[in-house]
Design a protein around this ligand. Structure first.
Ligand SMILES: *[C@@H]1O[C@H](CO)[C@@H](O)[C@H](O)[C@H]1NC(C)=O
Ligand SMILES: *[C@@H]1O[C@H](CO)[C@@H](O)[C@H](O)[C@H]1NC(C)=O
Ligand SMILES: *[C@@H]1O[C@H](CO)[C@@H](O)[C@H](O)[C@H]1NC(C)=O
Ligand SMILES: *[C@@H]1O[C@H](CO)[C@@H](O)[C@H](O)[C@H]1NC(C)=O
Ligand SMILES: *[C@@H]1O[C@H](CO)[C@@H](O)[C@H](O)[C@H]1NC(C)=O
Ligand SMILES: *[C@@H]1O[C@H](CO)[C@@H](O)[C@H](O)[C@H]1NC(C)=O
Ligand SMILES: *[C@@H]1O[C@H](CO)[C@@H](O)[C@H](O)[C@H]1NC(C)=O
Length: 475
């Protein structure tokens, strides 16, 4: 039997001229503690959200929010579609796995070192033509010298800030293994060998390549080399890195950098928290980047806790440390900010659409090429950033927005209904579960008529991204 929400559409094949009517408006997300400032400021703990390791504490079900290693599709929990449907195409996008902090998010001086000597970052150019000279497998070994007067900022140690940590590499491998467990072992959808039906894409930030290498190994353990598709730095749609002035201006008008309420309200409400954090970290209260949002403190504290490192203490004052209570408040505020920037503000849809619209259009084209049979690729995999996945969830108008943690995953599955080749359906999985959108035309995206999703994407960005350049120039 077909599920009931599919039935009315099944017998009405649409032609291109009959594009379905789709609601193109922004719709507010659900009210939860995350977008309730009083619960964020005066609250307590992290409402079951985990921030202290890749694994879950005993008794916590898989699927729970874990900043250090977000839930993804796994065979154990995978909601297998009704057998009237046949899987035709899969596109995965996820944030890279856990890493050291970015250098910009480290304190002027850190009270302990951070070592990455348990891994190498392999970097070399290898001629691809057979029979020629070959490269040695060289890797980066990070060091500082006593001579370099600039070496002391941030953590002492042997890491690039950022790089995927050893544990983050293991999480990446497991992520690949879990996806393979579903799309190969369980559904018999992926081919046994890597060929031209499966492709991987990364951004220009090397940490996504660090993840991809491990992930592919977790899937296929290939003995051959594997290309990672990547667009030129200045126009990369996945990162996203193409220039989009209107989007930056729009985000800045209400979000990070805005000097008016509501943005400033939560910063003001948290001013005593900022003061205590600054007194331990040594960050100047005048350091704008650290005080225009909670991004830096959030990254700084969560990266430590994800790797079981202690919360920081003041230099030369080991009794004066950031407390778990303060860290939890930073985490609640970070969640609040992401919800506000990407969902609660009515301007969020427009800002995200302009800056991530090219990737959205590429996705739409991939779906179309699969439907028309033009492309033989059945599985595309994108390793990206929080800025990519947040914008995507913003565009999909997810009903509860969070700061997308390490490994955060969205999967698009395209199905046909057996015996009705002319109709295709799409299911979207967010963190391994069916995504629920606040937009009534999308709703619970579970075997949605693909023409509805395509009409929504086209309505926002135009077919083949035709509106995006214009959107980036003006709003
Ligand atoms: C915070 O949580 C703890 C433990 O759950 C509880 O004892 C305490 O009363 C809570 N404090 C506030 C202000 O809610
Ligand atoms: C991580 O935090 C949870 C609660 O948020 C706690 O139950 C658990 O014991 C912590 N684990 C570690 C290793 O600190
Ligand atoms: C946190 O910030 C401090 C101060 O800038 C810096 O030294 C440290 O490396 C940061 N740590 C993380 C994990 O970002
Ligand atoms: C290796 O490079 C050298 C220098 O260009 C060249 O002379 C030589 O033919 C190359 N060897 C092979 C096997 O291509
Ligand atoms: C960094 O660590 C090395 C080795 O432990 C030590 O010799 C050096 O003094 C440290 N540098 C700083 C700035 O802490
Ligand atoms: C912050 O800026 C104010 C005004 O420019 C200045 O008076 C003060 O000394 C600065 N504070 C720090 C800690 O740099
Ligand atoms: C910490 O103590 C050492 C040794 O007494 C001193 O050289 C250094 O300047 C102090 N650092 C700070 C930030 O106070």
């Amino acid at each position: 039997m077909f599920s009931k929400h599919v039935l009315p559409l099944l017998w009405l094949p649409l032609t291109a001229s009959q594009a379905p009517r789709v609601n193109m408006n922004w719709h507010a997300p659900k009210k939860t503690w995350i977008n309730d400032l009083s619960q964020v400021i005066d609250g307590n703990g992290t409402h079951g959200f985990i921030f202290n390791g890749s694994g879950l504490p005993p008794g916590t079900p898989y699927g729970s929010y874990n900043w250090c290693n977000m839930p993804h599709v796994r065979a154990e929990e995978y909601p297998v579609a009704n057998n009237e449907y046949e899987l035709e195409y899969v596109e995965v996008i996820h944030r890279h796995h856990k890493r050291t902090p970015y250098a910009s998010n480290t304190f002027p001086k850190e009270s302990y070192p951070w070592s990455c000597s348990d891994q190498g970052l392999f970097y070399y150019g290898q001629p691809l033509s057979p029979g020629g000279n070959t490269s040695t497998e060289t890797y980066w070994s990070v060091f500082t010298s006593d001579i370099n007067p600039f070496a002391a900022a941030g953590f002492n140690g042997t890491c690039q800030f950022p790089q995927i940590t050893k544990e983050g590499l293991d999480d990446s491998w497991q992520h690949g293994k879990d996806l393979y467990g579903v799309y190969h072992d369980l559904l018999r959808f992926l081919p046994n060998e890597l060929g031209n039906k499966v492709t991987f894409r990364v951004t220009n930030n090397v940490i996504t390549s660090q993840v991809a290498g491990m992930l592919i190994s977790g899937m296929y353990q290939p003995s051959e080399t594997v290309p990672l598709r990547v667009q030129p730095t200045t126009i990369d749609s996945l990162e996203p890195a193409y220039s989009c002035a209107s989007s930056s201006t729009l985000f800045g008008s209400y979000g990070v950098g805005s000097t008016s309420p509501p943005w400033t309200s939560h910063l003001k409400a948290a001013s005593s928290l900022f003061q205590s954090l600054d007194s331990v970290s040594g960050i100047s209260p005048n350091a704008t980047d650290w005080h225009k949002s909670f991004d830096h403190y959030f990254d700084n504290l969560s990266a430590r806790q994800c790797h079981a490192k202690p919360l920081p203490c003041k230099i030369n004052d080991s009794a004066n440390c950031i407390s778990q209570k303060q860290a939890d408040a930073v985490y609640r505020l970070g969640e609040y900010e992401y919800s506000f920037i990407y969902r609660d503000s009515p301007l969020s849809l427009q800002a995200s659409t302009a800056s991530f619209g090219v990737w959205i259009s590429e996705l739409a084209q991939n779906l179309r090429d699969s439907i028309s049979g033009k492309s033989q690729v059945i599985y595309r995999h994108n390793v990206a950033h929080d800025g990519s996945v947040s914008r995507l969830l913003s565009i999909l108008q997810v009903d509860v927005m969070v700061w997308v943690g390490m490994g955060s995953e969205v999967v698009f599955e395209l199905y046909s209904a057996k015996g009705h080749d002319d109709k295709k359906y799409v299911r979207i999985l967010w963190g391994g579960k069916v995504l629920r959108s606040s937009n009534p035309s999308l709703g619970e995206v579970d075997m949605l008529d693909v023409d509805v999703l395509l009409a929504y994407f086209d309505g926002l960005v135009g077919k083949k991204a035709s509106r995006v350049v214009g959107l980036c120039q003006s709003y």
